[in-house]
Ligand binder design. Sequence first.
Ligand SMILES: NC(=O)c1ccc[n+]([C@@H]2O[C@H](COP(=O)([O-])OP(=O)(O)OC[C@H]3O[C@@H](n4cnc5c(N)ncnc54)[C@H](O)[C@@H]3O)[C@@H](O)[C@H]2O)c1
Length: 360
Amino acid sequence: MSKKIAIVGAGWMAAYHVAGFRGAGAEVVAIVDKSPAAAKTASQKYSVDKTFTEPKELFAAIKDLDAVSIITPNAFHHPLVMEALAAGKHVFCEKPPALNAADVTQMVDAAKKAGKILMFNFNNRARPESYAMRKYFESGAVGRVNSAQAAWIRRNGIPGFGGWFTTKKLSGGGPLIDLLHMVDLALHFMGYPEPAYVLGQTFSDHIDDPQFKGPWGIPDVKDGITDVEAAAHAFVTFKTGQVLTLRNSWAEMNEREVVSVVFQGQKAGGKVQRLFRVDGIDATSIDSCELYTQENGCPVNRTIITEPDETMGRTRSAKNFALVLEDKEAPLNVPSEAVKLMKIIDGVYASAKSGKPIEL
Ligand SMILES: NC(=O)c1ccc[n+]([C@@H]2O[C@H](COP(=O)([O-])OP(=O)(O)OC[C@H]3O[C@@H](n4cnc5c(N)ncnc54)[C@H](O)[C@@H]3O)[C@@H](O)[C@H]2O)c1
């Protein structure tokens, strides 16, 4: 029998989750949103009959529900994941996993105790470029990754002013926590080592300047709060001796928007990158995947050809969750990785505040 999944949070990201779950043969049985209007609009858009404003109504009404997909603003990930696990449901949760590592640890422990699957939407691991690059790691062609540089640098990409994205209490922070995808992908390529120390700095230049707003039409909230960083830079060391440099921004004087992981392995280096013809607009993306090797005495740069995927793995990532429920695929991420990732994010904020390196 097909798995039954409900969507909690009917924003624009729901489209990818619905497509991915259906692509795996799962059934999307309900939409939950605290705004009845948003739930209704989404139920019509995705042809889903049932809508609710609270998860508890969902759990009472659909007893054979298998899983929920949480796509709400970041501050609600932790309470909603805990509630779903307590109700005995598997959970797929949008990134970032929560506001901090302590909350993620509670979520991971609760999933273990409940014996339920908990996965996060680190969709860049589901990009065609990442599937291709993994084959080179698995074949031994890259060797250990000594060092990596993770970047999601936007030049003019503030997601509106005064809404949940720019309110630290609701988002957990600015681009460091919002654009954590490339840090996750770099850690994934590095084998998710245990972090040791982090030294970082954040900047809030341009964070209230309308010239630096992104192109997605996210409305500003009059008298709302904007108290997050505009850019973050950090250096992370690991207990294994590996190192990671990270650079994330919503607003910074860059040449253009760049989304990339570059790495240096013991046998080969490489890069997974997304550039844009129009910064921030997925439909104009230019994705690439490259490997740098030494062959027959020559430095060789290989271009790995992959299928285009404008969704940046978002649909494929949701499909992976639904296939994991059916035991038909291995999970693209495991909960303990989310704890390490959030420890690094917490560490960058702590280091920026104290001006000192932080032991993780
Ligand atoms: N993986 C990606 O590429 C990607 C891209 C964008 C956003 N996201 C993540 O998706 C999440 C949602 O972002 P968005 O841009 O879709 O937000 P959004 O503001 O467009 O939509 C959020 C929806 O959640 C509803 N909501 C808020 N609190 C709720 C609650 N407690 N219970 C039920 N519904 C609630 C709102 O009414 C709204 O309809 C965020 O965590 C964000 O970081 C991920």
